[in-house]
Each structure stands twice: as C-alpha cells, then as structure tokens.
Write a protein that binds this ligand. Structure first.
Ligand code: FAD
Length: 420
C-alpha cells in the first residue's frame, strides 16, 4: 500500500473531530501500532497519534524476530505478512583472524519461525495499520504532533496535538507514550531515564547493489579491523552499512578523508570493494550516537510508557523492535479488561512495568556485557583482525550451550503471547 493512502482527508477530519477515546497512544512505531491493533481487536476504543505524515523514516530497524512472528501468527497475521516482499536472516557469519563461525544459527531452534524476517519497517507498519483499520474501534491520526498533556488532579487525562491546520485536544482514560527514544511524553511527565553510554558511535550509509548481485538472501556480512567494526545488511535493493568506531572519534574519521573510509570498508569486507567507489561524500553518511537507557518508573495515574520511550535499547542484536512489540502484547493482555470495564487503576499500570522491566534489564545487562567484553576491546585493538578466544570457540562448539545466544536473540527473555 502506498503510504499516501494512509491519509484519507475525510477519515482524518473524522479522527480529529473525535475528541474522546478510551486509550490514546502517542507514536505510531512498532510499540504504538501493535498496541493499537491488539486493543481494537478486543473492543477497546483506541486512537493512535503519529507525528509524521507517513511511516517512511530513515533510521529504523527492519527486523521482525521469531517471537514477534509468533505473536502475529496468534492473531492470524503471520501468513499475510509473509506475502510482502521480505528476506530471512538465520544468523551472521563472523570472520576472525583465527576462525570463521556462526555464533547464532536460528535454524537449529525448534520454533515456529526459525529466522529473523527482514522487511522495511514502513511496509510492516502500513500492514499493521491496514489490519487495524478493519476494527471500528481503531483510529489512526497522522501528522498529529503531541505537544502537551491534559492533566487534572494529578492524573493524565489526554493530550493536545498540533496538526497541519491547528491544534486539537483528545481526552482518554489512558494515555500511552510509545513515542520512541526522544519521547516527548516522557519529557512532559519529567521521568529521567538512567543512561548508559555504550563506547561507540555509528556511521550509517548505503552502498548500491551491483547489477549482477543476487539480493533478497538476507545476507549479513562484516567483521573487525584496526579499531573498527563493520556490519552489512542486505536490504534487497541496496546494502545498509553500519560502521562502528570509538565514541567521540568522528572528527578524526572525517579528517582522514572519505577515501580512508572507503579503504577501511573494503579491508573489512573485501566483497564490497567495487561498491565502495559509490561512497564519495560525507553527506551520504549519518552519524548515530548510540544510546541505551531505562526509566526507573514507566507510569503515573492515567499514563504509561512502553517501547523505546521507557527503555532505549542498544543496537547490539537488533532487538529494539522485538522488545517494543512484546511491551505492546503485555500491555494489551494486562489492560484490556480494566480499560473495557472502566476500572483502570494505577496498580494495573504498575503490573505492566513489573512484567516487562526484568526482561529489559536482562537483555540490557547482556548488551552491556558484550559492549565491555567484545565491542570495547575490538574498538581499542589495532590488529588487522581479531582472534576469537579459545573459550568462546569451545562455548559455540558445545551443543547444549551454543544455542543459548540464538534463543536469546530470537525469542528474547520472556516472550509474550496474545491472550484472546
Ligand atoms: C539506526 C538504527 C537502527 C536500528 N536497527 C534496529 C534493528 O535492526 N532491529 C531492531 O529491532 N531495532 C533496531 N533499532 C531500534 C528500533 O528502531 C527501536 O527500538 C524501535 O523502533 C522502538 O519502537 P517504538 O515503537 O518504541 O519507537 P519508535 O519506532 O521510535 O516509534 C516512535 C514513533 O513515535 C512518533 N513520535 C515521536 N514523537 C511524537 C509526538 N510528539 N507526537 C506523535 N508522535 C510522535 C515517531 O514519529 C515514531 O513514529 C534501530 C535503531 C536505530 C536508530
């Protein structure tokens, strides 16, 4: 579906004019859209407010993990989602100086979908929006930039948002902040996330596929060399590159010149030597400052934060979307009844945080372990390749141990299931 069809002027006006709902969700990312769909299919009136006019965004992950595919299957959407052009990743191959191995091979797991589906996030969100619109309780308002909260007697009662023409107000029993890493809602309620600062920054850029290159195989390439890490994802029509380097070294990187960047990329991933010729200007690259954080409190009367708004995930393992979707499932499971009956208590919101906080803590601890023990040493090393320590090789050669990382990556900690 073309993104423009999301904006039907008549429906948009109707959505603006509807000034009250049961649940108002700020943010149409994976967390917000999934929660909107799950609540609407169980009869809860819900309005999703999305600041942008469409779902196309530059910096987004494109991965749907096995546990999210299971959730979609539980509501009958896995099969239609697979009809959209996608590819499948079974696990990356790591090349090191002394070996080459697959730290993760999802095919070995006995699960319904033993792969990560790679699909442009905009297509995924359009798909969810299309399905959600089958339910009369669901409304999606695009170009609705939430600017303030309606607060009465210490409780949040809705939001005010700016659209193209003027500002609007929507009242709700529950407001959910699913507005991502720079959450305005989080800022408005004054919740301060505890930040950890991963030791790296990322240059994010594309290289074209050459005419004779196969695509759609979901290849993940890359490796390490001289204090740099490269991850390369085959995104059907182009290669997406993440060039990881020590935090704060961007000016040094630029001073060395774009030619040096081309050389480094080709050194780490020789199969892209020819394509690097297309990298000619720093404007083709975006600098992403890597962040990881978690709010100590996710709720207050009338308001709940989920997804990146509650916890920004480091890019290690690419699990942010999966955790956002799992938050949405847990929220729908725990809050549908209180919302339907009109008896929503702050204690119900606390249950969502209690259920989702520890899986987030576990995975963030693992990410920070990998940052300290693998990424940081790799970024400090000036060797042309890294050696994998013997105990890591033994771990991945031991059948009972080797599938633990794959299970953690694919299914996460405490995968959620839709309660009908
Ligand atoms: C470069 C990059 C690559 C990544 N790659 C991956 C990956 O491969 N796999 C993976 O799982 N994760 C990846 N992530 C992380 C992933 O994108 C996030 O964890 C995930 O999108 C979180 O979902 P969310 O719904 O909580 O928030 P978001 O996806 O950030 O969605 C929030 C939505 O809220 C909207 N919004 C914001 N403010 C307002 C407002 N005031 N009013 C109304 N709407 C508002 C935004 O426009 C946005 O649509 C990546 C992140 C980055 C930066």
């Amino acid at each position: 579906m073309a993104s423009s069809t999301l904006v039907d002027p008549q429906l948009e006006q109707e959505a603006h004019d509807s000034q009250a709902t049961t649940c108002c969700i700020v943010g149409g990312g994976p967390a917000g859209m999934m929660l909107g769909l799950l609540l609407a299919r169980r009869g809860v009136a819900v309005t999703v407010l999305e600041a942008h006019k469409d779902f196309d965004r530059d910096f987004r992950g494109d991965t749907i993990h096995p546990s999210s595919l299971e959730v979609l299957d539980e509501i009958g959407l896995a099969a239609p989602l697979h009809e959209i052009r996608h590819s499948k990743i079974y696990g990356p191959t790591l090349r090191a100086a002394n070996t080459s191995f697959n730290p993760v091979d999802l095919r070995r797991l006995k699960i319904r979908f033993p792969y990560v589906m790679l699909i442009p996030q905009a297509r995924f969100l359009e798909f969810i929006a299309r399905e959600a619109k089958n339910y009369p309780e669901f409304r999606l308002v695009m170009t609705a930039n939430v600017e303030s909260l309606i607060e009465e007697d210490g409780a949040v009662r809705g939001v005010r948002y700016q659209s193209t023409d003027r500002s609007y107000e929507i009242r709700a029993r529950l407001t959910v902040g699913a507005d991502g890493r720079f959450s305005k809602v989080r800022h408005l309620v004054g919740f301060e996330p505890i930040k950890t600062s991963p030791p790296m920054d990322i240059l994010w850029f594309r290289l074209p596929h050459l005419p004779n290159e196969n695509s759609g195989e979901g290849r993940v390439l890359g490796g390490f060399s001289r204090g740099r890490i490269l991850a390369v994802f085959d995104r059907y029509d182009y290669w997406q590159l993440a060039y990881v380097f020590p935090k704060g070294k961007y000016q040094e990187l630029r001073a060395a010149g774009i030619g040096e960047l081309r050389k480094n990329v080709a050194e780490i991933e020789p199969s892209l030597q020819e394509q690097t010729a297309f990298l000619t200007d720093w404007q083709q690259c975006s600098l992403l400052s890597v962040e990881s954080s978690r709010c100590p409190q996710w709720y207050k009367p009338g308001l709940l934060l989920i997804g990146d708004a509650a916890h920004v995930m480091s890019p290690i393992g690419g699990v942010g979307i999966n955790y956002a979707i799992m938050d949405a499932v847990a929220t729908a499971n725990l809050l549908t009844e209180p919302l339907r009956s009109g008896n929503l208590e702050t204690a119900d919101l606390a249950k969502v945080q209690a259920r989702r906080e520890w899986p987030v803590k576990v995975i963030q601890s693992l990410q920070s372990f990998l940052q300290r023990r693998v990424i940081a040493p790799a970024l400090q090393s000036q060797a042309p390749g890294l050696s994998i320590p013997w105990y890591v090789r033994v771990f991945f050669a031991t059948p009972v141990l080797r599938d633990i990382p794959a299970r953690l990556l694919g299914m996460g900690v405490r995968p959620e299931h839709v309660e009908n």
